[in-house]
Design a protein. Structure first.
Length: 279
């Protein structure tokens, strides 16, 4: 398993599928079914003890069931347990799913088992709603953002859409900074570092702090592979107005002073990355 993972990482690095040293992450929402595979989904509620996941995985391995895209997480409904949910390929299974379920239920660490065949398409079909931390979330492919913004631009005209996106981004950025500060107890430099963490974790972009001056309330931030620039595709002008507003709102909380942001470079207009000056 470890050797296979290292091969995958090496392949990703060689093919340029990652940004810097980051490895792409596939969300547990839909899976890729290869020819000959027979896809099922399994969800197991496990006691919150060391080795619980290993015991459950061993039952699947002993039945020659291949574990594919999966996720493990806590939910409030099971305060002393965790949930492990996964797509599995049963095309070469040596035991029936009924027998596998029975073996899992016999384990002292297993509280519940759910098996389901996702049909007609390989979408995850056991869980709802989706949570980002403790906040309900949705998954939107970047093409949907382009379609929305393109439609709004026709209604508001370009200049009007710029104002709408910037102001909306600024309000959301302020809320995000206040929330992160409150939940994790972060201020100043650490709150700025959390901005980069959150952007990467949610798939928005890779954020780098080029310059920061807490006393003068100013900063220069580089945003690589920004979802907004990628969604807008090629334009002769800067396009990341929502991101620009978000950074202005977020850093207004960091600096405890209202600041504005200007995009000086943009991936959509041919620059290597997006760059924002905040002051």
């Amino acid at each position: 398993m470890v050797h296979k993972l290292l091969e995958v990482i090496d392949s990703i690095l060689k093919t340029g599928m990652c940004v810097g040293m980051f490895i792409p992450k596939r969300l547990y929402s839909v899976d890729v079914v290869r020819p000959g595979e027979q896809l099922h989904q399994i969800c197991i509620v496990l006691r919150d003890v060391p080795g619980a996941l290993a015991k459950a995985a061993r039952v699947l391995a002993d039945a020659n069931i291949n574990i594919k895209t999966s996720s493990s997480f806590f939910v409030t409904e099971y305060p002393n347990a965790g949930v492990w949910s996964s797509f599995i390929d049963v095309s070469n299974a040596t035991k029936s799913l009924e027998d596998v379920e029975a073996e899992l239920r016999k384990l002292d660490v297993v509280l519940e088992v759910i098996l389901k065949e996702p049909k007609p398409a390989p979408f995850e079909s056991i869980h709802f709603p989706i949570f980002h931390g403790n906040t309900r979330a949705i998954i939107m492919p970047r093409g949907m953002f382009w379609a929305l913004w393109n439609a709004f631009e026709k209604i508001f005209a370009h200049s009007g859409l710029v104002v709408v996106l910037y102001n909306a981004g600024k309000r959301i950025g302020q809320h995000a900074a206040n929330r992160i500060s409150e939940v994790f107890g972060l201020k100043g430099k650490e709150l700025i570092e959390a901005l980069a963490q959150a952007g990467q974790a949610t798939g928005w972009a890779i954020t780098e702090i080029k310059e920061i001056d807490l006393n003068r309330a100013s900063a220069t931030i580089i945003v690589k592979d920004c979802f907004e620039a990628v969604a807008w595709r090629e334009k002769p002008y800067t396009v990341c107005h929502w991101t620009r507003g978000y950074l202005a709102g977020y850093l207004s909380v960091v600096f405890n002073k209202q600041v504005e942001a200007k995009e000086t470079k943009c991936l959509a207009k041919g620059d290597e990355y997006c760059e924002f000056v905040i002051k």
